[in-house]
Write a protein that binds this ligand. Structure first.
Ligand SMILES: [Zn+2]
Length: 441
């Protein structure tokens, strides 16, 4: 059923207010391959949290698993198509450090590998509460030389898979095949010598081809989930060694089925609340919706407020493993509001206004079109962050004690009131879900 949809996302570069390094504020993008036609009959991942909830006005999780939209490159819907890499349990990542006859490897291949590991492994362990055991392998210890020049592959920002990347993937598979059994790995990271192509501060080439079932085959398997990382995310602030690896969690997020949350139009919809939105600057985590989609919550950690009425919930900070992590309020088969608590800790390095974060998820909106929108508690505010490469406007979006959010969609009115906050970062919320005037629900 796959049509030829091998299109690319144009990279976007957004100026950061108040940053002396605005030109460095570049985000990475994904190009996702076709064959991502959602399979409505695909069984739910066995790792997904079972339908457990005993809270008032909440029930089965089923109404909260919004179905994937049709005809999209990547969707926020659940379940994630099986063609992506699995995101729980032990995941084996093959790392190939490549260079070219016209661009020889700079530094050693091991040094390139160590720009991303063990940081990426730790980031996933932390974000997934230990549910993703990411095992990076580098069976080839040296630069793997491609048979053709870097120039000859014609790699640019936004290059589609055909023809350049198809050739590059086929060439690297052939170059490595005698030494590697590709069928042993769940995903492939191609860590390109950092001197190939422009600096990331000028143009981000890093890209992922995910669920690409028509990719070249090696050892009997299509190389369907491959992330390419170029250059270095260096903004000149001296934080490269600490934060520069996060391009890889972003690109691997695509391999696991997550869409881009920054928008091609440049409007800021999620800010620094998810690494699929911003991966430069201070460390950040994923939104609760993404963690649920990836299967990282345990039984009882998601409450689904699908019935009319009022329900009370206690939410613990997202970076902590314990407690309820998300209340989801579905308003249609494809749309709903996610409620979570974000405070500094874990991968969330620099939350300047901790509190209850509310975002709207729409599974009909494609990657790069804004499938998630964070609701701003201070829409006129300029934000509270002074971190470099953090979009400031939404940094103060979270709701605090006494504040109320009201949203209306699909004939349903949703109110979220923050009822209290404990010293340990736990927040109380009261969710009200009713049919709006003129609608019956
Ligand atoms: Zn991306």
């Amino acid at each position: 059923m796959s049509k030829s949809r091998e299109t690319s996302h144009p990279r976007i570069r957004r100026p950061r207010r108040g940053s002396a390094f605005a030109a460095a504020a570049v985000l990475t993008a994904a190009v996702v391959a076709p064959a991502a036609t959602p399979h409505p009959s695909a069984p739910a991942s066995p790792e997904r949290a079972p339908a457990l909830s005993a809270r008032p006005a909440t029930g089965s999780l089923e109404p909260c698993t919004l179905a994937p939209g049709h005809g999209l490159q990547m969707s926020e819907g659940i379940p994630t198509h099986r063609g992506y890499s699995r995101s729980t349990g032990t995941v084996h990542a093959l790392n190939l450090m490549i260079d070219f006859p016209d661009v020889h490897g700079k530094g050693t291949a091991r040094e390139r590998f160590e720009e991303f590991f063990p940081q990426t492994t730790r980031w996933f362990a932390q974000s997934s509460y230990g549910r993703l055991d990411y095992r990076p392998a580098m069976p080839i210890k040296r630069w793997l030389r491609m048979p053709h020049s870097f120039r000859s592959y014609g790699i640019k920002r936004g290059s589609p898979f055909e023809p350049g990347y198809r050739k590059l993937v086929a060439d690297l598979a052939e170059a490595a095949d005698r030494r590697i059994d590709f069928s042993r790995y769940d995903l492939v990271n191609v860590l390109v010598t950092p001197n190939a192509g422009p600096p990331a501060a000028h143009a981000v080439l890093s890209v992922t081809y995910a669920d690409n079932q028509r990719a070249p085959i090696a050892d009997g398997v299509p190389l369907a989930n491959v992330s390419f990382v170029y250059s270095r995310q260096d903004d000149g602030s001296g934080s490269l060694h600490r934060t520069g690896y996060r391009v890889l969690p972003h690109e691997n997020g695509h391999v696991f089925g997550l869409p881009d949350l920054y928008t091609r139009g440049g409007g800021d919809k999620v800010g620094h609340w998810d690494v699929m939105s911003e991966d430069w600057g201070a460390g950040n985590d994923l939104l609760a919706w993404h963690k649920w989609k990836l299967g990282w919550f345990g039984p009882g950690q998601v409450a689904c407020a699908s019935r009319s009425g009022v329900s009370a919930h206690t939410l613990t900070p997202l970076h902590r493993a314990d407690g309820t992590k998300m209340v989801f309020v579905p308003v249609s088969a494809s749309t709903g509001y996610a409620v979570e608590v974000r405070t500094s800790g874990g991968n969330d390095e620099a939350v300047c206004k901790p509190g209850v974060l509310i975002s709207r998820v729409d599974t009909r909106v494609d990657s790069g079109g804004g499938p998630v929108t964070v609701m701003d508690s201070t829409p006129d505010g300029r934000g509270c962050t002074r971190e470099r490469n953090v979009h400031p406007e939404l940094s103060d979006a979270a709701f605090g004690p006494g504040q109320t959010f009201t949203g209306s969609a699909g004939g349903t009115r949703v109110t979220v009131r923050v009822t209290g906050q404990d010293a340990d970062g736990t927040y109380g919320v009261e969710v009200t879900r009713r049919a709006s005037a003129g609608a019956r629900g």
